[in-house]
Write a protein that binds this ligand. Structure first.
Ligand SMILES: Nc1nc2c(ncn2[C@@H]2O[C@H](COP(=O)(O)OP(=O)(O)OP(=O)(O)O)[C@@H](O)[C@H]2O)c(=O)[nH]1
Ligand SMILES: [Mg+2]
Length: 308
């Protein structure tokens, strides 16, 4: 790597940038696209992300630490309250708030509420209008104006992007870096996230459940990786528990003659093997924990904070 001059070193910029917004607007897709790695699972079901997910982007003269957050919504469970809390508490802590919205639909009440929180926090804020690929060209300026008008915020900039098609992401990164203060590289260059491998494995399994199930089932599922043991033949044994809220959901997840659980396992295995760089033997089992989304002990055990 080229050695930086004293002047360049002085100008090194670094800091935390939060991705906040309603569920399903594409925050996690954007995080993954920006850091070039799949750190956060993605799905078309709202409330996919349940934790704050850190992703580091390194440039020669900057380091951006992104914090992907759960989509903010009207909570119906203790879990939902926790998800909102994670996002709400992240906003005032960061150097830059990236308010991610879905430009393919008009702003809604949820966007307005979040804009209010951002305005109240008083941190520098950037409006990121995602899903540009689904905005008709003739409507783009109108869409940007509608979102800008949500709240009287002095946006540092307003930028349309497509996280899915990687459109305008270089411009987005340049804007974000220009908003950060001068500072050190907080994380070593080879560190992309602080998430433990076990957590990512559990998330990948949950993602497959989200992709393969509908209605209440995706929301009622939690996954815990209970054992990871390398075996002598080089294969890693992984055992994971899938929690559901009702007996009927257990039946759906197992499926006719175990077809569903087999499909979930096959899809997750491929990604976990890529993550670990070794072959795995994945054992999944399903357990009912009635109403776990309202029970603090379960939330705590699953890594969803109990201080809600
Ligand atoms: N067309 C289009 N779809 C997108 C784009 N970005 C994300 N999506 C889709 O939007 C859906 C939601 O994406 P996520 O990244 O999971 O959304 P999120 O904001 O993280 O959602 P939560 O974690 O629930 O808050 C997925 O089906 C994505 O494929 C985009 O730029 N264009
Ligand atoms: Mg997400």
């Amino acid at each position: 790597m080229r050695v930086l001059t004293e002047e360049e070193k002085m100008k090194f910029r670094s800091g935390f940038a939060a991705l906040v917004g309603r569920p399903n607007v594409g925050k996690s897709t954007l995080l993954n696209a920006l850091v070039g790695r799949k750190l956060a699972i993605m799905s078309d079901k709202p409330q996919t992300t349940r934790n704050r997910i850190l992703g580091v982007l390194n440039r020669e003269n900057a380091q951006v630490i992104f914090l992907d957050t759960p989509g903010m919504h009207k909570p119906k469970h203790l879990l939902g309250e926790f998800l909102n809390k994670v996002a709400r508490e992240t906003i005032p802590e960061v150097d830059l708030v990236c308010f991610v919205v879905d430009g393919s639909v008009p702003p809604g009440e949820g966007d307005a509420e979040i804009a209010k929180l951002i305005a109240a926090a008083g941190r520098p804020a950037l409006l990121v209008v995602n899903k540009l690929d689904r905005i008709p060209r003739s409507q783009l300026y109108q869409v940007l104006d509608q979102y800008k008008a949500l709240e009287n915020i002095d946006w540092v900039d307003v930028i349309p992007v497509s996280a899915l098609e990687h459109t305008h992401l270089d411009e987005l990164v340049s804007i974000i870096i220009s908003c950060l203060p001068e500072g050190p590289r907080y994380y070593p260059e080879d560190m992309v996230t602080d998430q433990p491998e076990r957590f990512i494995m559990a998330e990948l399994i949950r993602e497959k459940v989200l992709h393969l199930t509908r209605e209440e089932v995706p929301h009622s599922v939690a996954v815990m990786v209970e054992e990871v043991t390398p075996r002598e033949n080089g294969v890693v044994y992984v055992r994971a528990l899938i929690l559901v809220e009702r007996e009927g959901q257990k039946g759906i997840l197992i499926g006719h003659r175990g077809q569903m659980i087999k499909e979930i396992g096959q899809r997750a295995r491929a990604e976990i093997e890529a993550l670990l760089g070794s072959r795995i033997y994945l054992e999944l089992y399903v357990k009912v924990a009635e109403d776990w989304r309202n029970r603090r002990a379960y939330l705590r055990e699953l890594g969803y904070d109990d201080r809600v």
